[in-house]
Design a binder for this molecule. Structure first.
Ligand SMILES: Nc1nc2c(ncn2[C@@H]2O[C@H](COP(=O)(O)OP(=O)(O)O)[C@@H](O)[C@H]2O)c(=O)[nH]1
Ligand SMILES: [Mg+2]
Length: 307
């Protein structure tokens, strides 16, 4: 019987096995029990790193892992990997660049194949994030940086960090195109590029000046994963933002994440019409596990028979 306690004792091998079980036999009772348990025990904070390919998300994720470990925090990394799909070759630097000590039990890295060409997040990414949050202090989710993944990230992560690089103009285009939702923090990467990085930060500040997420205007920072410049400040900002998320805001975000998951799971399973027919049964109650809600809805659908 897999439980969180067993996973804590069993280390990375047990966790890898649990993820494999979620992937291959999500409906089994022991898997469902684990997910329900994890849903109520999510003490960790999930950080989503978004931004166009090549801006340095993977490199930054690696630097954040090191920085968080140095501060005594445990970290899981979920990299959404586009390389196994049609976009192969089209995206630069598509591998997780995490070079953490494999013997360190406080770091766990896993990549997930992107679901489709549009760059949606992997189906497994959401339940995996729930499990990771129950086991680690922080979870870092790196998106592929294109299309759907950029809007879906807020359905999974608690805290969204938008990354832009100097002298690209990407950032502004990206935001104007409405590809992404308003982030909690914005980071200009590669600050070792000097004046161009400062200009990008000023541009980004300008474009985010009126943006508000949960009552706050996103802070804009610069950092270099190469030199380490700005990383302590970024870690402090993450800490501070995570701090403001505890309590009601976090409950609201998790509830929204759970609802989003239930909606997409039920639509994937029963189609739009099936989902609509479920009415209130598809609605996640406060404090309820989304996995339990999906089970209930599935039971109702089975009892009803074909539409
Ligand atoms: N100069 C400089 N280059 C960086 C920095 N971070 C990443 N890079 C480079 O930018 C490229 C893309 O990085 P990567 O992390 O794969 O970007 P991703 O596609 O957003 O994950 C690589 O060649 C990195 O070596 C940085 O802080 N400074
Ligand atoms: Mg990457």
């Amino acid at each position: 019987m897999t439980s969180l306690a067993a996973l804590r004792d069993g280390g990375k091998r047990a966790l890898a096995a649990a993820l494999a079980a979620i992937e291959s036999r999500a409906e089994d009772l022991d898997v469902q029990a684990l997910l329900d348990e994890a849903w109520t025990a999510q003490a960790g904070v999930a950080i989503g790193l978004t931004g166009p390919p090549g801006v340095g998300k993977s490199t930054l994720a690696n630097a954040l892992v090191k920085g968080l470990r140095a501060r005594g925090k445990t970290v899981a990394v979920a990299a959404v990997d586009p390389s196994s799909r049609a976009s192969r070759g089209a995206i630069l630097g598509d591998r997780a660049r995490i070079d953490a000590d494999p013997a360190d039990p406080g770091v766990f890295v896993r990549s997930f194949a992107a679901r489709d060409r549009l760059g949606g997040l992997a189906d497994l990414a959401a339940p995996a994030t729930v499990l990771f949050r129950a086991l680690f202090d922080y979870v870092i989710i790196e998106t592929v940086g294109v299309g759907q993944s950029e809007t879906e990230i807020a359905d999974i992560a608690d805290l969204v960090i938008f990354c832009a690089q100097p002298a690209s103009g990407d950032a502004l285009q990206f935001m104007k195109a409405g590809v992404m939702e308003i982030p909690d923090l914005a980071v200009v990467t590669k600050s070792d590029m000097g004046v161009a990085a400062r200009k990008a930060a000023a541009d980004l500040k300008g474009s985010l000046a009126l943006a508000v997420r949960d009552g706050e205007t996103p802070e804009v920072l610069t950092c270099s994963a190469t030199t380490g410049e700005g990383l302590p400040q970024l870690l402090d900002a993450i800490d501070a933002r995570a701090g403001t998320l505890h309590g009601l805001r976090m409950i609201a975000r998790r509830q929204a994440q759970g609802e989003a998951w239930v909606v997409q799971a039920l639509k994937a399973r029963f189609g739009r019409e099936g989902y609509a027919a479920l009415g209130d049964s598809a609605h996640l109650k406060r404090g309820e596990s989304p996995f339990a809600r999906e089970r209930q809805a599935a039971t109702i659908m089975r009892a009803r028979g074909p539409l």
